[in-house]
Design a protein around this ligand. Structure first.
Ligand SMILES: *Cc1c(COP(=O)(O)O)cnc(C)c1O
Length: 364
């Protein structure tokens, strides 16, 4: 049991930078009453638009990434609406199940969890036959350590006039290019606790004009509803009291990356990811993603060595001060992950982590 980590490598929540921690020391007033909050919200929206490369509006909600995932599904889908869920991992599969649970007619294209989207012909055929209202996909499949190419999916959405493309970019936004407009994404979802290095308390999503039309039509009512956000800024009337510290923390995390420069942030993530992969292979371990899959620059998934008990391995890493992530679903107990995202995409930290792994591996 550990309250704080000497060498934090969990793929979210990540280590907070001081500028984000500082924000939580302020006794802000009521976000419902003060113009300063509205200014902060607008500025944060502007910054998130840059990170998501979009001209579309960005809604900022109180809650973690999962909130945006539910919010976009419930606000855009009616019972019986057709959803094509592209699943290359736990989140992609889960999003399909979430859509099913709210009454959508879901067609899943499932790939092995160590693969990324490559052959578009099956997806194209499914779009033609199934005529979905929405395509769902995950950019970075965090439990698999993979990064799906989204551009081609966006071209198919455009070619076949699919009303909505929904992309979970929670674990990539800020750490890898997320080109929402270029890729024709209608709903691009993000969270605060991954590459933006903030607390697990905020979710955000870009919403295209056509998505807003659908949202008005569906008229979903609930705590996670998007519709009230359409006029929230113009009227300074939010559907619930906004979390001022949360928005300020998210903005501080976003500004850290924007001040660094998006291109520099992407390069920093790619450099530590490549370094990690090379080092892992050099020490005789193997990567979880298949050789033809695209590994994510924000998280590296490694196979637990054959014959090694994960809880025991994990305990030894922790005894050396290193805390990594395990994995989920079929990878549970078989895969561990280095979350080099946000503040943790730091060469010094990553080297420390890999040295610990090497020491523990040599001992067993
Ligand atoms: C972290 C993450 C989320 C959000 O999950 P939380 O449990 O709210 O942190 C969603 N999608 C992906 C791909 C993620 O990595």
């Amino acid at each position: 049991m550990m309250k704080t980590y000497p060498i934090p490598m969990v793929p979210g929540p990540v280590k907070l930078p001081q500028t984000v921690l500082d924000v939580y020391q302020t006794n802000f007033g009521s976000a419902d009453l003060e113009d300063e909050f509205l200014e902060l919200y607008n500025k944060t929206e502007f910054n998130l638009k840059m990170i998501l490369s979009t001209k579309n509006r960005v809604v900022i909600q109180s809650g973690e990434g999962m909130l945006a995932l539910w919010s976009a599904l419930k606000s855009c889908l009616l019972s019986g609406d057709r959803v094509l869920a592209v699943a290359t991992g736990v989140f992609g599969d889960g999003i399909g199940d979430m859509a099913l649970s709210i009454g959508a007619d879901v067609y899943k294209i499932r790939l092995p969890y160590n693969e990324t989207i490559s052959d578009m012909s099956e997806i194209e055929a499914a779009i033609v036959q199934f005529k979905p209202k929405m395509i769902t996909a995950v950019h970075c499949e965090t439990p698999s350590g993979t990064l799906n190419p989204i551009a081609e999916l966006g071209r198919l959405k455009q070619r076949y006039n699919v009303p909505l493309l929904y992309v979970d970019a929670v674990a990539s936004a800020g750490g890898a290019p997320v080109l929402s407009d270029e890729w024709n994404i209608d709903l691009c979802l993000g969270g605060s606790q991954k590459c933006l290095s903030s607390l697990p308390d905020m979710a955000f999503l870009s919403v295209s004009e056509s998505a807003w039309d659908i949202i008005h039509n569906v008229n979903y009512v609930g705590y996670d509803a998007l519709k009230p956000f359409y006029k929230a800024q113009a009227a300074h009337y939010f559907p619930y009291t906004p979390n001022w510290q949360g928005v300020a923390g998210l903005n501080a995390g976003a500004e850290l990356i924007l001040n660094e420069g998006l291109v520099n942030s992407y390069a920093r993530h790619e450099t530590v990811a490549e370094f990690s992969r090379n080092k892992i292979i050099k020490m005789g371990l193997s990567l979880f993603p298949a050789s033809d899959a695209v590994p994510s620059p924000t998280v590296t998934a490694v196979n637990v060595p054959d014959g090694v008990d994960w809880p025991e391995f994990n305990l030894q890493l922790r005894q050396h001060g290193l805390v990594v992530g395990g994995s989920y679903g079929p990878m549970a107990g078989k895969v561990f992950r280095l979350g080099h995202m946000g503040t943790q995409a730091d060469m010094k930290l990553v080297k420390q982590a890999l040295n610990v792994i090497q020491d523990v591996v040599e001992k067993i």
